[in-house]
Design a binder for this molecule. Structure first.
Ligand code: FUB
Length: 342
């Protein structure tokens, strides 16, 4: 019998070890410890003040173009000299590509490097940017590059220049039939039909003024009597065209985000609702929407970085979903988003 005691003890030890191992596995499975979730925290760019986010998905990467609020203000107003680019493959880790286009590259502009949007066509990248003309009003410049991260080279003259202050905040979209649209404007929404070269537009159609009706943009407190303010973002999803924009509600000081839809790229537009309220924001807000790796994202800006203000903004992002009929519920300003998994 004494001969068997060590063997019995060994067997008991083995059974106990197996039981502990099994228990640990159960705990892991029940608490999902095998999956480590990662979150990206808002504001997503923490090194400088950024605003007016414009996402562009190209290949397996999301490129985010932004404006840049300088730390030091000139004349106590928006002080913005260059456009920045950041990229991510998972919505959590961001690479900073620095200044990819700047007022120094545009001989005919002197200030206000405002809200841009980029698009790719035939292997070239086009960055549409509002700027202030030397001795003039606002106009839309085009930067051209062989790479999404620049450097961008100026076209040499404005693409849109009506001699008024409406020519800001361009949003570009190429439809399935190849027709490209450039919408822009504050306080009126206007558009041109871009030619295939993306640097000229159909002169016969010219600059079209969208009817600023309450059916299209709801009653509001901006100059047209509607809520449409500025910062349009134009895109299509499931044959429905969306116009998302910064809006002014009656009795409110700060901008909220709203959207309208249409079954045609040129309207008529039908007001859809509030996408993001003014709450927790600064005077401006600015939408940029992208589908990336199976998720839908709304980029926007707040004043949430330390030292933040209406002139020192910071870009944030929120994930959202569409309702079955294509409508979108109001999206909360949020703490951040989960790492995109694929
Ligand atoms: O960032 C400067 C201007 O403020 C933009 O062009 C507008 O959309 C608003 O965000």
């Amino acid at each position: 019998m004494r001969r068997f005691i060590p063997t019995i003890l060994l067997l008991i030890l083995l059974v106990i070890t197996i039981m502990i191992g099994k228990k640990a596995q159960d705990i892991r499975e029940n608490t999902n410890m095998s999956e480590t979730k990662m979150f990206g925290e808002n504001p997503i760019i923490k090194t400088i003040y950024t605003a007016d986010p414009a996402p562009m998905v190209y290949g397996d990467t999301l490129y985010l173009y932004t404006t840049h609020d300088e730390d030091e203000l000139v004349n106590d107003f928006y002080t913005m000299n260059d456009w920045r680019c950041f990229s991510t493959k998972d919505m959590v880790n961001w690479e900073d590509h620095g200044a990819i286009f700047s007022l120094d590259d545009i001989a005919w502009a002197d200030s206000r490097a405002w809200a841009p949007q980029a698009v790719e066509r035939n292997g070239k990248f086009y960055l549409y940017c509002p700027v202030h003309k030397i001795n003039g009003g606002m106009a839309i410049a085009v930067g051209i590059s062989d790479s999404p991260t620049g450097p961008f080279k100026d076209l040499g003259y404005p693409l849109v220049d009506e001699g008024d202050w409406n020519d800001i905040d361009p949003t570009v979209f190429i439809d399935d039939d190849g027709q490209a649209y450039l919408y822009f404007g504050n306080p009126e929404l206007r558009y041109v039909l871009l030619n295939e070269d993306m640097i000229t537009y159909n002169q016969e159609v010219g600059i079209v003024k969208v009817p600023m009706t309450e059916e299209a943009f709801a009653k509001g407190s901006h100059d047209t009597g509607t809520s449409y303010g500025e910062g349009p973002w134009f895109y299509k999803r499931n044959d429905l065209y969306y116009m998302v924009y910064a809006a002014f509600a009656v009795g409110k000081q700060n901008e909220h985000l709203a959207y309208s839809t249409s079954t045609s790229p040129t309207g008529p537009w039908k007001y859809g609702g509030v996408l993001m309220t003014e709450e927790g924001g600064v005077f401006t807000n600015h939408p940029g929407i992208a589908d990336f790796k199976g998720h839908s994202y709304l980029f926007y800006h707040t004043g949430d970085l330390p030292g933040g203000s209406l002139f020192h903004r910071s870009v944030c992002v929120a994930e959202f979903t569409y309702n079955e009929d294509g409508t979108i519920d109001t999206i909360e300003k949020c703490k951040g988003i989960e790492k995109a998994t694929f």
